[in-house]
Structure formats: C-alpha cells, structure tokens
Design a protein around this ligand. Sequence first.
Ligand code: NAD
Length: 254
Amino acid sequence: MDSGPAHADLAGRTALVTGGGSGIGRACAHALAAAGATVHVVDRDAATAAEVAAEVGGRAHVVDLADAAAIDTVPAEVDILVNNAGLQHVAPLHEYPPEMFTLLQQVMVTAPFLLIRRCVPHMYARRWGRIVNVSSAHGLRASPYKVAYVAAKHGLEGLSKVAAVEGAPHGVTSNCVSPGYVRTPLVDRQIAAQARAHRLSEDEVVEKVLLDRSPVKRLVEPAEVAALVRWLCGEHAASLSGASVPLDGAWTAT
Ligand code: NAD
C-alpha cells in the first residue's frame, strides 16, 4: 500500500467514492485514504459500506443511487468524486427488460450526473477538483447482450467530457478509467453464469469467453484500477482531462 508522508499528497482533500463497499470502489477508498484523503464511502449495502469506512477511517453513507432524491443526502463538500457504482444485466436486446435498462441508466449515468452537479460548486469555489468516472472497455466498445451497460458507459464517457470542458476554467479535471475485466464480485457472478450457460469450467470462461478479445490474458486486479484513479487525483495530472484511460490489456487496441 502506498502510504507514508512521501505519498500523502491528498492530505486535506475529501473524497467521495460511490459503490465503495465492494470491488473497485473498495480498492479506491483504500488507495485515496492511503494518499491522505478523508473518504466518504457511499453504497446501498449498509454492512459493506460501514466495513470499508471503518477500514479507511472514513464515513459510510447508505444510499440507493437509483433514488435521485437520496443523492441530496450525501456530502456536497468533496474535492474528489469517484463515480464507480455500477451493475450488470445480460440479455439479448429483444428480450432485455425495459425496467432493467432504466435502472442501469439511473445508477451509471443519472446518479453520476446528479453527483457531479452537486459537488462541482464546492470544487469551483476552491479552484481545485478531481472527478474520476469508472467507465469500462464497454464505454468504448460494444459486446452482445449488454445493451444497457454499453449504452450507460458510453453515456458516462460523454458526461465526463462535458464535466472536463466546463470544469477546466475552475481547476477541475474529469476523466474516465476504462477497465477490461476486473476480478471483483460483479465479474465472479458473470463467470459463474457463463460457466452454466456454456457448460464450461470457470477457468475456461475466463480464458475463452472473458479474455477472448484481450491480448493480455489475465484479469485486472481492483488495486490496479485504484492506483490509476489515485494517480489521476494527483497534482501532476492537472493537464489530463476529458480523457478515457484504458486499463484493458490492449483490448481496445485491437
Ligand atoms: P461490485 O459489484 O464488486 O461493486 C459494485 C458496488 O456498487 C457494490 O458495493 C454495490 O452495492 C454498489 N451499488 C450497485 N448499485 C448501487 C446503487 N443503486 N446504489 C448504491 N450502490 C450501488 O462491482 P465492481 O466490479 O467493483 O464494479 C465497480 C464499477 O466498475 C462499475 O461501474 C462497473 O461497471 C465498473 N467496471 C467493472 C469491471 C469488472 O470487470 N469488474 C470492468 C469495467 C468496469
């Protein structure tokens, strides 16, 4: 863990991480806290939010991000906003449940919009801010059966660019990090489902299905994504804005 005075460049900064109770969000909460930030952990799962908040010496906020009104209960005075919460649902387009499509847009596009809208006045007033949106290779490429997820992540990429353009005169950057498959509970659930559907072992699913389009044949670890998020929050990254940084083992290079 990169802690210690030499790395504590986020001391005095306050961060808010959505979906901070699990996977990538949890790793981000740890990385930002290790760099000196005070971290608000936002998640709909009360137990994991409390657990991570305790681990990082931060505060838990139990919020369902599909509920626009509930977003008004989270702190607006944050310097670093990590829009990370997300979910997946897989089905062919013609069978895709419309209510599930709407839910994915609410959690992965509308909630990030409402949070950015809520938090930028504080960032603008302090003339410093970092918005990091956890997108996906699916923010840049399509796969079958993931219509809501691909649409939402492409929407998040657009939202992030507008936040970058408007935030620039105020010292606020906005970027996406766009991972390939990361070893988290979200992907563990997909591996199990695909193994049943294709009658393969879970190892075969990882190699032949998930990493089929990835030249680098390994899952990304949550800590690798968190290290990039934390890096984007540093002073050195002030000119990097409006970008989408792939962390996908060269998948989108093919
Ligand atoms: P995860 O399932 O491990 O964690 C997601 C967290 O978000 C959970 O704690 C969950 O409770 C929370 N969450 C979900 N819906 C919520 C809601 N309505 N309100 C509040 N909290 C909610 O998943 P993860 O793999 O860590 O994914 C985090 C982000 O990374 C997502 O946006 C996902 O799309 C993205 N991502 C993941 C991968 C991957 O392979 N795991 C790849 C690319 C992008």
